[in-house]
Design a protein around this ligand. Structure first.
Ligand code: SIN
Ligand code: MN
Length: 293
């Protein structure tokens, strides 16, 4: 799938591209079927909502679940990102966000690159977010919201919020959000929210400011979020466990386009459990580690 010059121009202007129905219901079937068993696991990689059993986010399923390992190598997802960066990409982060019916909590306003810079020392913003809907997304089940064009601001000031939800996040304060929304058109397009059927895909810039409300509806809103980083832009320290911020900077090798419908061999290195090395962390940047060695 090649992006058109109009799509490239739209991405540059708005900071995101929406592809409704990018994957068919048949292609989504094996992914959807795998989620309940993954969420039932009592593992560190399942982060539950504050005070609840519902899974907020599951990390790194592509390392231990075959359907998700195939999605992580899907050319319809990886190729447009390589086109945008004109470079190969590796998987920086892979998560399946639950946003469960009635229980799914908010994601505060933030930029993802803020976290990748502050926590992981990723050198530049050359990393892309991809969202793939496993459920239909509508105005009621906590859809993602964007401030179009906010990526043009680069990295904005953020505060490490450790209390609002069960997951720490570098968040942007209300005053700046109000200003960015106004600048983007206020009530006329200052906030947008792509809705669509399961199988839809969004590419969004790592500096695009985004959020989502809680899910008070009776419909789950499970979505996969993949973060693909240009290989030359890999992170500079391992402050977070490897299941959150990956340490294998090898370029993704795509499978054929029909990989979600057919059997293809894929590596599942964490199939029998997450190795203890993946839980080890350090605040020391690579540069300093090299000097100390
Ligand atoms: C995220 O920003 O990483 C997740 C947002 C969401 O699931 O709504
Ligand atoms: Mn985010």
């Amino acid at each position: 799938m090649k992006l058109t010059p109009q799509q490239l121009e739209q991405f540059d202007r708005e900071g995101y591209l929406f592809f409704p129905g990018q994957f068919t219901p048949e292609e989504m079937k094996s992914l959807n079927e795998a989620v309940p068993e993954l969420y039932a696991r009592r593992e560190a990689y399942n982060v539950r909502e504050k005070g609840k059993d519902a899974v907020r986010t599951n990390f790194a399923a592509h390392m231990y679940s075959k359907p998700f390992a195939k999605l992580a190598r899907h050319p319809r997802m990886v190729q447009p990102v390589m086109d945008l960066f004109a470079e190969e990409v590796y998987m920086h982060q892979f998560k399946i966000n639950g946003k469960a019916a009635f229980e799914g909590d908010v994601w505060q306003w933030h930029q993802d690159y803020g976290t990748w810079l502050n926590d992981d020392m990723m050198p530049t913003e050359r990393a892309m977010n991809v969202a793939i809907f496993l459920d239909d997304v509508n105005e009621f089940n906590g859809p993602l919201m964007f401030i179009p064009g906010s990526h043009k601001k680069g990295v904005v000031e953020a505060r490490h919020d450790l209390t609002t939800t069960s997951y720490p996040l570098w968040t942007v304060d209300d005053e700046l959000i109000a200003m960015l929304v106004e600048r983007a058109g206020g009530k006329n397009g200052g906030i947008v929210s792509p809705h669509g059927p399961a199988g839809s895909m969004i590419l969004f810039h790592s500096c695009l400011v985004h959020a989502s409300g809680s899910n008070l509806s009776p419909w789950n809103r499970v979505s996969v979020y993949l973060s693909l980083c240009a290989v030359s832009n890999h992170i500079g320290r391992f402050k977070r466990p490897e299941y959150i911020a990956h340490r294998n900077f090898a370029p993704i090798r795509c499978l054929p386009d029909d990989c979600l419908l057919k059997d293809y061999p894929v590596d599942l290195p964490w199939k029998d459990g997450v190795p203890s090395s993946a839980l080890e962390t350090t605040t020391m940047p690579f540069d300093e580690m090299r000097e100390a060695a």
